[in-house]
Design a protein around this ligand. Structure first.
Ligand code: FAD
Length: 392
């Protein structure tokens, strides 16, 4: 009994269980009612709509894939569908959610001790506490695996953190920030739960972004930032553990790209049916139809690929290269879809009030974060050739 969904050409939603459809529609209703009316305004102001957090909490969708943490429907497919539904209306809100529920909660879920999980995950699941994830640095983006400049040093029962992190979403207001740092002694990467208000920790909002303007990204500076041993992620031994978190969240970013493309396609389709030129709706012109068909083809391919990706994840068969392939393919195809959506809207395509301009800009951030197109391609390239092109 789903309403007609323009961007789901092969009716993939019919493959969902009743419960999964219910959650999908609940999220869609929330986004249409609470976020759509304010999305452009906040994006333009580059501010975050904090008032939506309690309403979002009521959806009960955080950590939905994590065993024993999320609500009844514990699947990565559901997590992917949620990422798509959020991004279909506002990629910024989807990113805020992905950083909190995916990267931050995911780090604690994968790398935390039982005590750490018990302390943080239930409160984060209810969105009473918000998380951030600090891996990237001003001088180290793609090369984080071996090149973190942020260091940690053990002094008795404490760790001392020094260094900077750049681009860290939610970090201006988060209650807990996962910080990844290189141990001065062993050279291995360790993860830390840095609590809001730590005197050695400063987060400054990054200004003048041309994409995801609603997301509050921060430049973090840590100067002798002291963290107790009990707040070191107890199950993180090296960057391999950080990579486990990234594999999991990269799959959700592929779904986010689907949502971005879908929002742009649906807006553009509606527009072309309404807009008349030469006495006819522009949707009746062959060249416009060609654009629309290219868009829906890409969208259908992306959704189908992501469906299988999530099935692999739910079957515990997901590899790094599976997640990377989906991220590369979807972020490339999304760029194509949003640019065609903009094109069929003529001049109105660059006006924020028609939504598509925001999707065009936000697609650029999806393209580059959680591993750029090149880095994710190299991960797939290494898997299929046996040669690593990363090292010199
Ligand atoms: P660089 O690594 O400097 O890369 C520049 C270019 O060189 C890219 O095209 C890249 O693909 C290419 N390149 C690099 N190495 C190679 C190679 N070996 N072969 C071929 N090409 C190569 N990080 C966090 O930790 N937490 C967050 O919450 C977070 N949020 C973000 C939000 C936004 C909006 C953005 C834009 C970024 C965010 N990031 C976050 C950081 C993001 O993950 C990095 O931007 C990304 O990993 C790329 O790093 P970089 O920007 O430093 O680019």
């Amino acid at each position: 009994n789903l309403p007609p969904i323009d961007g789901d050409f092969y009716n993939l939603s019919l493959k969902l269980t009743e419960r999964q459809r219910e959650i999908q529609l609940k999220v869609r209703h929330f986004m249409e009612k609470e976020v759509k009316p304010i999305a452009n305004e906040y994006w333009n102001k580059a501010e975050f709509p904090f008032e939506i957090i309690p309403k979002m909490a009521e959806l009960d969708i955080c950590g939905i894939a994590y065993e024993g943490i999320g609500p009844d429907e514990q699947s990565f497919l559901m997590e992917g569908i949620i990422a798509m539904e959020l991004a279909r209306v506002d990629v910024s809100i989807s990113t805020f959610f992905g950083v909190h529920s995916g990267l931050a909660m995911g780090s604690i879920y994968v790398c935390g001790s039982e005590e750490q999980k018990q302390e943080w995950l239930p409160k984060m699941q209810r969105m009473e506490k918000i998380g951030a994830f600090g891996l990237t640095e001003p001088d180290v983006g793609s090369a984080v695996a071996g090149g973190l400049g942020t260091t940690c040093r053990q002094e008795g029962d404490e760790w001392v953190l020094n260094g900077q992190k750049k681009w860290i979403g939610n970090a201006t207001f988060a209650d807990v920030i996962i910080i990844w740092a290189r141990d001065e002694e062993s050279d291995r990467v360790k993860g830390f739960l840095v609590r809001k208000g730590n005197p050695g920790f400063k987060a400054e909002k990054m200004e003048n972004k041309m994409a995801l303007r609603t997301v509050q990204n921060a430049l973090i500076t840590m100067k002798d930032c002291r963290v107790p041993e009990s707040d070191r992620l107890q199950k993180c031994e090296s960057f391999k553990d950080t990579a486990q978190v990234l594999k999991m969240t990269r799959a959700a970013v592929a779904w986010q790209a689907v949502g971005c493309a879908r929002g742009a396609y649906e807006s553009a389709l509606k527009y072309t049916k309404k807009r008349e030129q030469f006495g006819r709706p522009i949707a009746s012109f062959q060249l416009i139809q060609n654009h629309l068909v290219e868009m829906v083809s890409n969208l259908t391919a992306m959704q189908t690929l992501c469906f299988r990706l999530s099935e692999l994840q739910d079957e515990d068969l997901l590899t790094d290269e599976h997640a990377s392939l989906a991220k590369v393919f979807c972020s490339m195809r999304t760029r194509d879809v949003v640019s065609r959506a903009r094109e069929v809207m003529g001049g109105n395509g660059i006006l924020l009030e028609h939504d598509v301009a925001r999707f065009v800009a936000d697609a650029e951030a999806i393209y580059s974060y959680e591993g750029t197109k090149e880095i994710n391609s190299l991960i797939v390239g290494r898997a299929i050739t046996g040669y690593s092109a990363f090292v010199s």
